[in-house]
Design a protein around this ligand. Structure first.
Ligand SMILES: NC(=O)c1ccc[n+]([C@@H]2O[C@H](COP(=O)([O-])OP(=O)(O)OC[C@H]3O[C@@H](n4cnc5c(N)ncnc54)[C@H](O)[C@@H]3O)[C@@H](O)[C@H]2O)c1
Ligand SMILES: O=c1ccn([C@@H]2O[C@H](COP(=O)(O)OP(=O)(O)O[C@H]3O[C@H](CO)[C@H](O)[C@H](O)[C@H]3O)[C@@H](O)[C@H]2O)c(=O)[nH]1
Length: 329
């Protein structure tokens, strides 16, 4: 029998790519999304159940209907800047919403959850690359909300036997190589879609947030990982929990850092357009460099990024955005 997986936030960016990967691995993904940021068109690989993770009754209804084997939990707010000015919104949706979801899981005997954590839970790391045991010292409410959830998950494991894998993504980027889904955030704050929009003349320019970092070209370095590779890691994480039933955490990145200027250069090469650039100040709270040590994921999930070369990330993202995303579909 097919395994049914409840995917909260399944109509969002990483959630929709994961639903596609689940379907390809012969699972039935049930997307559960309130469509605050998600897109109905992004939920193509199983049913879309409209609902909010803060709504007990609706969650109970969906658990009763599908009796999922596991939950993959993407639903959250993820704008770092907004989390600083309105932390209540983040603790409510991300932390209270997750507790609500876990309580529904308890009521319905669902004992496996894969959770979307973030490299922002590390704050300003002391060492690069960042391994799983690096100190987690988030510097904004968004990162803190994710760390709190990691801690809550450990308590729910100890007390109630709900097993979890927390996947800490570095910078999710790129689009489905078949061009069926991609990133479509409103507002968009992520670097690659903004640079592509500047190349396509849809925005005046890209502002580089800081050119005086202690990095080779003065701009900040991140570990961009293709969304299809992230999706694959979720399928592997469900398999691992099924196999050995032990809770764990993994950092998901490639181990290679790319600077803001290198991203701009790559978009110029792929688009054959010049990207108008404005050099600006550092964005408050941005660390100079965040790069993952992916060895644990390689060893225990057998996870090897296949689409995370810069050309593939930028190439797939460019094709998706050039086509207009869901608006052009
Ligand atoms: N994009 C990244 O680079 C990145 C990096 C690290 C971690 N993450 C985490 O990964 C997850 C997915 O990120 P994304 O980029 O796909 O974001 P996204 O906004 O595209 O997807 C999140 C989805 O959750 C839904 N949602 C939000 N609150 C909800 C609620 N209360 N009830 C039901 N649905 C709700 C939204 O409508 C959206 O479809 C988030 O938890 C985010 O914090 C993302
Ligand atoms: O207009 C822009 C946008 C971004 N940047 C720079 O580009 C890099 C990447 O920025 P993003 O906003 O694309 O992503 P972040 O590195 O801020 O990602 C953080 O926020 C995400 C949530 O949106 C994830 O949680 C992720 O794990 C966390 O590190 C940063 O150095 C940023 O300063 C610019 O120079 N100009």
């Amino acid at each position: 029998m097919k395994s049914t997986i409840l995917v909260t936030g399944g109509a969002g960016y990483i959630g929709s790519h994961t639903c596609k990967a689940l379907r390809d691995s012969d699972c039935l993904p049930v997307a559960y999304d309130n469509l605050v940021y998600g897109h109905r068109e992004a939920a193509q690989w199983g049913p879309l159940e409209y609902g909010d993770i803060l709504d007990h009754a609706r969650l109970d209804q969906v658990f009763r209907l599908y009796q999922p084997e596991a939950v993959i939990h993407f639903a959250a707010y993820a704008y770092v800047g907004e989390s600083v000015v309105d932390p209540g919104k983040y603790y409510q949706n991300n932390v209270a919403g997750t507790i609500n979801l876990l309580e529904s899981m308890r009521r319905h005997g669902c004992r496996m959850i894969i959770f979307s954590s973030t490299c922002a839970s590390f704050g300003l790391p002391k060492m690069i690359p960042i391994g799983e045991t690096a100190e987690q010292n988030p510097i904004n409410p968004y990162g803190r909300s994710k760390l709190m959830i990691e801690q809550i998950l450990k308590d729910y494991d100890g007390a109630y036997g709900i097993r979890h894998i927390a996947l800490r993504y570095f910078n999710a980027a790129g689009a489905d190589p078949e061009g069926v889904v991609g990133e479509d955030h409103e507002p968009e704050t992520h670097l690659i879609p903004l640079v592509i929009d500047a190349a396509l003349g849809r925005r005046e320019c890209i502002e580089i947030f800081g050119t005086d970092y202690p990095t080779p070209d003065g701009t900040a370095i991140r570990d961009y990982v293709h969304v299809t590779d992230l999706a694959d890691a979720h399928v592997r994480a469900v398999d691992k929990l099924r196999r050995d039933g032990s809770s764990d955490q993994f950092n998901l990145g490639t181990g290679t850092g790319t600077s803001v200027r290198q991203i701009i250069q790559s978009v110029e090469t792929i688009s054959r357009c010049t990207v108008p650039v404005r050099e600006g100040h550092r964005r408050p709270g941005d660390p100079p460099e965040l790069v993952a040590d992916p060895r644990k994921a390689l060893q225990f999930l057998d996870w090897r990024p296949r689409f995370s070369e810069l050309e593939t990330i930028v190439g797939t993202a460019f094709r998706w955005h050039e086509g207009g995303g869901f608006r052009g579909a």
